[in-house]
Design a protein around this ligand. Structure first.
Ligand SMILES: *Cc1c(COP(=O)(O)O)cnc(C)c1O
Length: 377
């Protein structure tokens, strides 16, 4: 076991040891508790404050009607009417023909690429800053993987041109809102490239759904094509758990047949499916409030953003930990994000704005960061 201890010590020395030592003692929300300490939360993906602040009576109805466990995979006896109802609604908000639920976004990304790549000589093109679940999905796809520079559609075009005649199938995959920087992928250019090269385009809307709109495509006034797959998650702005792929009817049918991450797993809880439908009714009103807060924070931080993610990049891991601890003492919960989650030398605080923050709360966080920086931080 010595070698395991040594490995852990090395992580600790590099300020990269991750620990589960600060569990919340309250439910998720804008005000949370760590032990007895109340903190203002600026780091959840619960952008619309729905994780614990949902209509309780309706939730209870869901619970009584459907129970919690699904009891089997979708293709056996774990397929419920409420799954189909939610899938129709999700297809509608993404403006696609159909949608398919997965137990998590990680599995949705794996499943989508499994379905698109099954026994094909394929190439997948992935943005350098894509989410780890996309990176793993690329590896599992057994396609040849090409990484292009962040949001660099010119570089992508070159790669596509070289690959065009060598592969049966080309797949472009990208976050729409990048999870650690909060910027947007050039979706209009990517969609154009997908059409020019007959490539499939897989969009990860985890941080876009319910934040920049119902769909990142709406921001660019784009319509999904038969070669587009939009992945969305339920565990972020929608406040529950799970994920989905939205696409053409045929591509969804292919996923039902080829996505092992869909076939060989217990179906999403029907209670969660039902509650997600209830939560969706609250989205328009809360999204409006969130957008006002994002606008306010954009001005304050001088950082143009449509998403709710505001990175404060400080460089070295120990500096990020210092700032995080400083803010903790001041009553704010903003953990440091360090490599390998972000590239070497870009350790940061990843602030996320919530629909239920007040302008004053956002301002007070900004002031606290300002004082840290004045005190030599
Ligand atoms: C959170 C996230 C996922 C994974 O979704 P889960 O439902 O948490 O597994 C995938 N992609 C991106 C960009 C994410 O931020």
């Amino acid at each position: 076991m010595d070698e395991i201890i040594r490995e852990l010590l090395e992580l600790k020395k590099a300020n990269l040891l991750r620990e589960l030592n600060r569990p919340l003692s309250s439910a998720q929300g804008v005000k949370v508790k760590l032990g007895d300490r109340e903190l203002l939360n600026f780091s959840s993906n619960d952008y619309l404050n729905l994780a614990a602040n949902f209509p309780q009576k309706e939730a209870l109805d869901c619970l009584k009607r459907w129970g919690v466990g699904s009891g089997a995979s979708r293709l056996l006896t774990g397929d419920f009417e409420i799954h189909h109802e939610l899938e129709r609604k999700l297809a509608q908000i993404k403006k696609t023909e159909a949608a398919l639920l997965f137990p998590s976004g990680y599995m949705a990304n794996v499943g989508i690429l499994q379905a698109l790549s099954y026994k094909k000589k394929c190439a997948v093109f992935s943005d350098r800053l894509n989410h780890a679940s996309i990176i793993d999905a690329c590896r599992l796809s057994r396609c040849d993987v090409f990484i292009y520079g962040h949001a660099d559609s010119l570089a992508l075009r070159k790669l596509l041109k070289e690959a065009r005649d060598k592969y049966q199938r080309l797949i472009i995959v990208t976050d729409s809102v990048f999870s650690m920087d909060g910027d947007l992928a050039p979706l209009d250019e990517l969609l154009r490239l997908s059409e020019e090269f007959s490539a499939y385009l897989v969009i990860d809307d985890a941080h876009a759904t319910g934040v920049v709109g119902y769909s990142s495509f709406d921001v660019f006034n784009l319509k999904p094509t038969p070669r587009t797959v939009i992945m969305g998650t339920l565990g972020k702005a929608l406040g529950t758990q799970g994920a989905f792929a939205a696409s053409s009817g045929h591509l969804i049918e292919l996923m039902v047949n080829r996505a092992r991450a869909f076939i060989y797993t217990t179906a999403l809880s029907p209670f969660i499916a039902c509650l997600t439908l209830k939560n969706l009714k609250l989205v328009p009103e809360r999204m409006k409030k969130l957008k006002e807060n994002i606008k306010f924070a954009s001005k304050l931080f001088s950082l143009k953003r449509l998403s709710a993610i505001f990175p404060v990049i400080v460089g070295r891991s120990e500096r990020a930990l210092e700032l995080s601890n400083y803010l903790f003492e001041a009553g704010f919960l903003v953990p440091a994000v360090r490599p390998p989650t972000v590239p070497e030398g870009t350790a940061r605080l990843r602030i996320s704005i919530n629909a239920s923050h007040s302008f004053d709360e956002i301002k007070s966080l900004y002031r606290a960061i300002e004082s840290w920086s004045k005190e030599g931080g």
